[in-house]
Write a protein that binds this ligand. Sequence first.
Ligand SMILES: Nc1ncnc2c1ncn2[C@@H]1O[C@H](COP(=O)(O)OP(=O)(O)OP(=O)(O)O)[C@@H](O)[C@H]1O
Ligand SMILES: [Mg+2]
Length: 209
Amino acid sequence: MRGLFITFEGIDKSGKTTQARLLMDFLRQSGREALLTQQPGGSPLCAEIWGVIRNHRHFGQMAPLTELMLFAADRAQHVREVILPALGGRKAVVCDRYTDSTVAYQGYGRGLDLDIISRLNDTATEGLTPDLTFFIDIPVEEAFRRGLGRTADRMEMEQAAFYERVREGYLRIAASDPDRVAVFDGCEPMDRISEELRAVVSVRMKDGR
Ligand SMILES: Nc1ncnc2c1ncn2[C@@H]1O[C@H](COP(=O)(O)OP(=O)(O)OP(=O)(O)O)[C@@H](O)[C@H]1O
Ligand SMILES: [Mg+2]
């Protein structure tokens, strides 16, 4: 049996990286071999693809479909090169963003066709679905309070209305797939969220994973 595959999702600044790191501490303390990785940019080749996507010089230039295909390219490479080998070696894999990000940002945010995105995600991941997804939800105003948009990153140069659509997209994904997606209030204190998250993972590990 392969290792447990956990993903973190949410709008920018929701606390994904913070919680992914805290979860890694917990997994390692529990004596499990675990890998923390991310999409996009989770290997040297992926980092080059991500560099093209995020380059602020392309603001207003990059066609939405180009962006979608580049994220798919990053994902295909990362699943093949990093995630599948680790899971095959029975490691737990924690991935900071995965397919739901593309549904939320390129689908709900940019308005690209959800069926095309779904097929592209299936192809890029070779059908690999997370065992658990933690969606950390914060209001868009809170993301801006935490510094969203203060860097010269093309993906962070969008207006509030864009992030509202992305957040709404995440809420719909969570509602449509409650067995996989657990929702957390990202405005709660970090430690509290982490405890709640650990409880969910512990139950899953008791099931034999
Ligand atoms: N529960 C929380 N309450 C208040 N602030 C938090 C909380 N969790 C994280 N933060 C702070 O919010 C900021 C963003 O956190 P973090 O980098 O973990 O978010 P992220 O979702 O990974 O962001 P990005 O999408 O930009 O990678 C950091 O300054 C972090 O310390
Ligand atoms: Mg992060």
